[in-house]
Every structure is written in C-alpha cells, then in structure tokens.
Design a protein around this ligand. Structure first.
Ligand SMILES: Cc1cc2nc3c(=O)[nH]c(=O)nc-3n(C[C@H](O)[C@H](O)[C@H](O)COP(=O)(O)OP(=O)(O)OC[C@H]3O[C@@H](n4cnc5c(N)ncnc54)[C@H](O)[C@@H]3O)c2cc1C
Length: 528
C-alpha cells in the first residue's frame, strides 16, 4: 500500500494534522491508522479542556507563558512556550470552526474555567467531557474529506528505515502494520510518516490512560534509533477515583478543585496547607506528592476529595460524568468525599522534535503526547497538552508540504520497499503469557519508578527489565506476532529507556522526584 503521508494515531494530534494537511493540499494522499476505533485514545477522556488566552481584559499571553514556565519548574523551552501560547488562540478558534463546541455563559461569552497552576481563567471546556467533544468534531470532519482514508484496528509494528531498504539516506519510508482482525502484517510505504500514538500510561498499574496507551510510537522510534528525551518526567494526576471502575482508573478533573473541592485525609483533616501555600490549586506534581506522602505516612488507601460545598446545580451541570461514575460505585459526591489516589497521567517527554514537529530521523514527524517539544519542561501545566497538539499539528502540516515537494525518491523506489520479513512462526502465543509479563512490568514500574524514586529502586528495576526484555525477545522470536506481543515489546523498551534516563538525572525538578536527591527526604514544608 502506498500513500503520501501515513499518520499513526487518530487522537487530536493525528486528526487535526490530517485535516490541516488536506486543507493545504487536497491532492495529497493521507492514510490514518489506529489501534481500535477512531474514537479511542487519550483525547476522548480529556475532561478539563484546552488552555488558551481568550479574556484579554484580565489575561495575557505573558501570563500564560509565565504559568507554563513555572509549572514546568523553569525547565521548558521559552521559545517553544512563547509560540505555542501565542499561536494557541488562533488554533482553538479553528477547532471551533471545525465543529468543536465549548460551553458559553448566558451572555454567549466563552465560559472559561481555572485549573491548578493557572493564574487566570483560561480553560475552554465542554462540561466535563471536553476531549470527547473535540474528538467527535474532528472525526465528523475527517469523514467528509476525500483525500483522507483511515484503517481502524491496525497496529504499528515497526517503522521502515534504511535498515529494511538497504539504503543509506537515513530516513523513514513508512511502516509495517498488523491488522488486529486477521493478524496480517501489511507494508505501508509513505513519503512522510507522522507518529501521533499518544501516551505511555499503561506502564503503570494505576493510570488515567486507556488500554491503547502503551507507548508504541516510542518503542518503534527507539528501535529506529530516533532521539527520545525526558521520558522519566511522567506526570501523575493527583485525583483518580479509587477503586477502579470496570477495570479502568477514572479521572476526577482538576476543575473540581478549581470549583472549590477540598482534599482531606480519612480523619476529615485538610492537609494541603502543609505542603504549598496554593493548597489544592498547587501544580499537579506538588499535589500528587502531598497525597502520596499522606497515604504513606497514614498507611491509608486513599484520601478524600470533598466537593460537597459546590452548589448541587453547578455540580450536576458542570460535572455530570463524575457524578454518574461516582454514583455507579455507590458514592454520592454531593453528600460525601470522593475517594481518590494519584495515577500515571501524562508523559512530558517523548520523541524529540524541532518546532516543525520533525524528529531526528528525516521523514518522521511526531506530534502530541508521544513527542517532546520543550513546552512542558519538567511538568505539564493543566490543559496545555491539547493546545500543544493543535499548534504542532498545524506547524507540522505546513512543513510537510515543503518536505514532500523536496523528496527526490521515485515512486518505483516506494513500490519496491520490501515486505515484512518477520520471524519464523513456530507456534501461536497464548494471550495470558503476554498478559502475565505485562502485569509484571506494570508492578515493577509502579513500585520502582512511580512518584517517589530511589537510585537503588531504579537499579533493581533496570536489572529486572533486562530479564523481562530477554523473555519478551524469546516470545517474539519463537511465536507468531500478535498485537499484544507488539505492545509488550514496546512497553519493555520504553520502560528500559525511562529507567536508564532516570538514573542519569541527578536533580529533582517538576514531576521527577528521587528521594536520594531530596533536600528533605519527604517534602513536608510550606513553600514560599
Ligand atoms: C483522563 C485524561 C484526562 C485528560 N484531560 C486533559 C485536559 O483536560 N486537557 C488537556 O490538555 N489534556 C488532557 N489530557 C491529556 C490529553 O488528553 C492527551 O495528552 C492528548 O489527548 C493526546 O492526544 P494525542 O493525539 O497525542 O494522542 P491520543 O489521543 O492518545 O491518540 C493516540 C492514538 O494513537 C493510536 N495508537 C497508539 N498506538 C498505536 C499503534 N501501535 N498503532 C496504531 N495506532 C496507535 C491510538 O489508537 C489513538 O488513535 C488528559 C488525558 C487523560 C488520559
């Protein structure tokens, strides 16, 4: 199969990139693939919304830039922060033109919300399910565009590079893709390949990310020797509902704290004031560590998010999904505290890209959560990731036009790209074998590379990962390729890289916290 541009992933990044590219050039052939259906991915679960400066009377680009830089513990790239924030408002306008609806006040003005780390109200939202509204609008739009085709239930196996084509250009020529329906591996040759595969949350036992978030794009990029940066900066969301609902960890949006929700331990005592003067509205890394410390020191399974002071009508109209989900497990958030724990949420690191979204491998782009742009520094500011995705999708699409025009390789070259020559198939792999290793990996990462890390724990994890890698490789070489095996192979590689990058970091910044470098072993002090 040949295409001009192959986009792997159909969240906000992949869809908005494809829409923008097709608008710039309706003749370019664009192929989108995704693991399950078009809807599934982190985007559809986004609750809070998308950050952008809209109220220019009170807010300003400068304030949003400062908030982003400070939340990132001053590790972000100021040039990147500057253009993402300044271009953001126009991109969000475009999202609305494409059909995404955000809540408005009676006056028809956009109803902007405030979240932790933001100095002003600047979050555009659609009740408490902003992501699914954005995803719905983008999917509707995609379906009406002629030069875009999409393949659901298809999984990236490996990127095609010079290693496969026996050439020396050092570029990406497409990807090998496996169908989850008939398990056939197909070759998609493309002039440009865009990874928009989202996050890595499934590395951990508790994560707000859905099942598809297994870091596949990163795993494939790692095997293709593409530069990957800052993987150990995993943001844990402070408030995920405990216990899981139908096997999934459900997020309780920050906006609930923004609307007055208060954190308490199980004795009903507030504790955030002991950690940060911004209390419940401190950045996520601080709130997550504070909750973890409470849980460790009090040996409790969860803390409580008390939102009973929020007006019932406001709660019901702004947070309908939270109300429904809590009630489904017998908790009434209008009358009692919501049990919450921190959960792995967002990968601040990823495939290193330039301001056009291009990776270190020519012809390979990365946009959205799987990329590292420099926007987030050591910690992402709430609601900045959807913004980053649309700004970079736009920039990458503009640059893609230039890149395609400059490609000199012939159509015959692309037609002659060799097919997948996978390993000898000797048996059919049992799903529970991969599942066992998957669970082992999640447990290892949760205990040794979670919110609080130690050098000893990281070294132990690195050793364990070596044996997990050997076991996975053995399965990979002796069995027929399955989608689960692809995921496991990627997760082991990403975990290995994350742990080894973590061992190189000698200073605690943002979401990265190693007890061995703590000024105090536990950060229980009011910060100025
Ligand atoms: C519960 C939750 C709430 C959030 N709330 C907010 C918020 O309010 N505001 C905000 O800014 N951010 C929020 N985030 C973060 C934000 O949603 C994500 O960072 C963003 O949606 C990522 O978009 P994406 O397009 O990069 O990836 P995703 O939306 O995750 O899409 C990834 C795509 O890649 C596909 N894929 C993955 N692997 C493969 C493979 N091997 N082969 C083929 N396809 C593959 C998937 O099928 C999917 O289509 C939240 C995240 C979660 C989980």
């Amino acid at each position: 199969m040949n295409t001009d541009v192959l986009v792997i992933g159909t969240g906000i990044s992949g869809l908005s990139y494809a829409i923008k590219l097709s608008m710039l050039s309706p003749k370019i052939k664009i192929t989108l693939i995704c693991k399950e259906d078009l809807m599934e991915g982190n985007t559809r679960y986004a609750q809070g919304g998308i950050a952008a400066v809209y109220n220019f009377e009170k807010d300003s680009f400068e304030k949003h830039i400062e908030d982003t830089y400070i939340a990132g513990d001053r590790q972000g790239d100021l040039n990147v922060i500057d253009f993402v924030v300044k271009e953001g408002t126009e991109r969000v306008n475009e999202l609305m033109e494409w059909g995404a609806a955000f809540d408005t006040k009676e006056t028809k003005e956009i109803d902007l919300a405030k979240e932790g780390g933001h100095s002003e109200k600047r979050i555009l939202h659609h009740k408490d399910h902003s992501g699914s509204e954005i995803q719905r609008a983008l999917i509707d739009k995609i379906k009406a565009i002629d030069n875009i085709r999409y393949l659901e239930n298809h999984i990236l196996v490996d990127l095609i590079t010079d290693h496969h084509t026996k050439t020396t250009h050092k570029r990406c020529y497409g990807a090998y893709i496996i169908s989850t329906i008939d398990r056939q591996v197909i070759t998609i040759a493309s002039k440009l390949t865009v990874l928009t595969t989202g996050g890595v949350g499934q590395l951990y036992e508790f994560t707000t990310n859905p099942r598809v978030a297994t870091g596949d794009g990163l795993g494939a990029a790692y095997r293709a020797k593409v530069k990957i940066k800052n993987l150990p900066y995993i943001q844990f969301h402070p408030t995920a509902l405990h216990p899981k609902v139908n096997g999934e960890t459900f997020l309780i949006t920050e906006a609930l704290r923004g609307s007055g929700g208060i954190l308490k331990n199980q004795s009903g005592e507030r504790f955030m004031h002991q950690y940060d003067k911004r209390e419940e509205l401190a950045p996520r890394d601080i709130v997550s560590r504070a909750i973890s410390e409470e849980l460790l020191s009090r040996k409790e399974s969860h803390v409580l998010l008390d939102a009973t002071q929020i007006d019932e009508e406001v709660f019901s109209s702004h947070f309908p999904m939270i109300k429904k989900t809590c009630r489904s497990i017998g908790i009434d958030p209008l009358n009692e505290g919501i049990p919450v724990i921190p959960a792995a949420h967002y990968s601040c690191g990823g495939i290193e890209v330039d301001p056009n979204g291009e990776s270190s491998l020519q012809g390979l782009f990365a946009v959205g959560e799987c990329s590292h742009t420099g926007l987030h520094g050591a910690n992402r500011l709430a609601s900045n990731s959807l913004l980053e995705a649309i700004v970079y999708a736009h920039r990458a699409a503009l640059y893609s036009i230039e890149c395609i025009q400059s490609i000199k390789l012939s159509d015959t070259f692309y037609s002659n790209i060799p097919n997948w020559d996978g390993q000898e198939y000797s048996s059919n792999l049992k799903v529970n074998k991969t599942q066992k290793l998957f669970t082992k990996l999640q447990q290892l990462m949760s205990s040794n590379a979670g919110i609080f890390k130690t050098n000893k724990g990281l070294k132990e994890a690195s050793k364990e990962l070596n044996s997990l890698y050997t076991e996975t490789l053995d399965l990979y070489q002796k069995n027929k390729l399955t989608p689960q095996l692809c995921e496991l192979r990627n997760m082991v590689s990403v975990a290995y890289l994350l742990i080894n990058q973590a061992l190189q970091i000698k200073e605690n910044k943002g979401v990265f916290y190693n007890n061995d470098y703590a000024k105090k072993s536990i950060p229980k002090a009011v910060q100025s």
